[in-house]
Design a protein around this ligand. Structure first.
Ligand code: AHR
Length: 555
């Protein structure tokens, strides 16, 4: 069967048959036997899937804020008080639990005072990213290089409210003081009329406190956030969190954790904090992991190792997903090191930056520093990463894909009044069904796709899956990373029988497929209804390079 025909039948007929029973539809998979198997163990709960795992990140970087979120009240682009209307409407569809702001590296250069008070009086400041070598050619000056501070705390909080997200603010540890930090908390959370800062907030139109709960204590403190040693950062962390007013909102402090596999950073920080009995002052430990090196081990150079967002050979498809798969061992490795000192595991993992990072060249506009296109490969990467977070729901309390719009692994691309959703957006919309569900254990065996890694044979995980249960509704999401092969899988649900099934499939005829301003609907999921099985094991054919969600109502 040709790939084109296969995808048509997999999506239209949804590829579901029942082993051992009369087949509900005639599809090609009936003549083959399953090569994969997924067991869903309903009686083995892992933990509640925190909605915050489905979080976002917006930094004052290139076209994320200025031109992406913020267009200004006088703009011809439809807006709600200066905020892009189309973005708010689309973002609501993915149930954005949380948005992290204002950075990123930018956070450690940002003075929150610049972004409050009358907009006309706010200062212009040089943006942290002004001198980045990645700027597209001829990028003009503008608020992305010289921040006009038109988008500040009140505007961000309004954006969160409009979108239905909670705010997560990242404080400046490198270049401001602990006092500046707790005064930002005071500005946001002190009750109306109680402090000069609450009056300032009210003068900006926000009488009632914002009740911000999540506070990041710096960002990448091992690098742009101060180039600290773990011991130095532990001292800063304690200074910043030793006294912070609590206005009836228990602050959830998040420490700036490791770069990918830097176990040493985690161990030394936790050890130092434990010596001062200060671990109780931390809610989350933030890990960052980007998938960027597609060189197959040829180089570890940050620029040389990157590939193109749109033009990639099959081996690069696999290699990038292989990079993303590292997330699983990062979660378990850091978790076990955290447990050496935090034996009760009170501190949870927060992956507040993750996603694919390509070399420049596919940005939708020349103001979009680090802007890149997002294809079916990014959809697969997002889906298998979210599956890992779901499978580790006992460890991961929050995650934020980097970044929301016009940047790395974005859900949206926008320029002036043009606006499009990417395949990553569709994955988030499909996976929103997991939010708040009970993650249950799954066992999956599937052939591992093989490829050539720098001339050597290599493989990655076959099907990637996760399952959650809420009110007798089971959600199973599965990514098939096989670039050209479908996978026929038996799916056994242990502990219940099935009432009805709905399937949603995101797949494309070409694994480079993406949406653009000109072709906004090239990649879109298709939903189908499937006859409820009466007994036996489900058999489902997963399309090549696809993401599938099965919503299974249980008896
Ligand atoms: O997301 C882009 C940058 O990547 C962030 O500012 C920084 O935290 C990370 O290095």
């Amino acid at each position: 069967m040709k790939r084109r025909q296969f995808i048509k039948s997999a999506v239209a007929g949804s590829g579901m048959v029942l082993a051992g029973l009369a087949a509900p539809r005639a599809i090609s998979s009936q003549s083959r036997s399953a090569d994969s198997r997924i067991d869903i163990l309903l009686n083995e709960p892992i933990g509640r899937i925190a909605p915050e795992i489905y979080g976002h990140f917006a930094e004052h970087l290139g076209g994320v804020v200025y031109g992406g979120i913020w267009v200004g009240e006088d703009s011809k682009v439809p807006n709600v008080g200066g905020i892009r209307k189309a973005l708010v409407e689309a973002l609501r569809r993915v149930k954005p639990s949380i948005v992290r702001w204002p950075g990123g590296c930018f956070a450690d250069s940002y003075n929150w005072r610049d972004g409050v008070g009358p907009r006309s009086q706010r200062p212009r400041r040089t943006n942290f990213w002004r001198d980045a070598p990645e700027w597209p050619k001829d990028a003009p000056d503008g608020p992305w290089k010289y921040d006009t501070n038109q988008f500040g705390t009140n505007e961000f909080l309004r954006f969160c409210r409009l979108s239905g997200a909670q705010p997560y603010l990242a404080a400046n540890v490198r270049s401001l003081t602990a006092r500046d930090f707790y005064e930002w908390v005071e500005y946001c959370n002190s009750p109306a009329g109680t402090t000069t800062l609450s009056d300032l907030r009210a003068a900006g139109g926000e009488r009632d406190p914002f009740k911000v709960r999540y506070w990041g204590v710096g960002n990448e403190s091992w690098g742009c956030g101060g180039n600290f040693t773990p011991e130095e950062y532990a001292a800063e962390y304690r200074r910043f969190t030793e006294w912070v007013p609590n206005y009836g909102v228990e602050p959830a402090f998040i420490g700036a954790g490791p770069n990918s596999g830097d176990i040493d950073w985690t161990r030394r920080f936790f050890t130092k904090m434990n010596e001062r009995r200060a671990l109780g002052r931390m809610w989350g430990w933030a890990l960052h992991h980007y998938s960027w090196n597609v060189s197959g081990g040829r180089t570890t150079d940050w620029r040389q190792g990157k590939g193109d967002a749109l033009k990639y050979p099959t081996d690069e498809w696999y290699e990038l997903l292989h990079e993303a798969e590292r997330m699983e061992s990062l979660l378990t490795d850091h978790w076990s090191v955290m447990g050496e000192t935090d034996r009760q595991h009170r501190v949870k993992l927060v992956v507040d930056e993750w996603g694919a990072w390509y070399r420049p060249g596919t940005e939708a506009h020349n103001t979009h520093l680090l802007g890149q296109q997002s294809t079916m490969r990014d959809a697969a990467l997002a889906a298998l990463t979210l599956n890992m977070f779901n499978r580790h729901a006992d460890k991961v309390a929050m995650a934020n894909v980097a970044q929301l719009i016009n940047c790395l692994q974005s859900l949206f691309l926008a320029n002036e009044d043009k606006f499009v959703t990417t395949p990553t957006f569709h994955v988030f919309e499909m996976y929103a069904a997991h939010q708040g569900g009970q993650s249950v254990r799954t066992l999956c065996s599937a052939p591992r796709p093989s490829y050539s890694r720098n001339g050597q044979p290599a493989t990655i995980r076959g099907l990637s899956e996760s399952a959650s249960l809420a009110d007798r509704q089971l959600v199973l999401t599965v990514t098939n990373p096989e670039a050209t092969q479908p996978r026929l899988a038996e799916i056994a649900i242990r502990g219940a029988s099935v009432k009805s099934i709905k399937a949603m499939v995101l797949a494309a005829q070409d694994f480079h497929a993406h949406n653009s301003f000109e072709t906004p609907h090239s990649v879109e999921p298709a939903e189908t209804k499937i006859a409820a099985p009466r007994a036996g094991t489900l058999v489902h054919e997963f399309a090549p390079a696809s993401v599938t969600r099965l919503q299974i109502a249980l008896e």
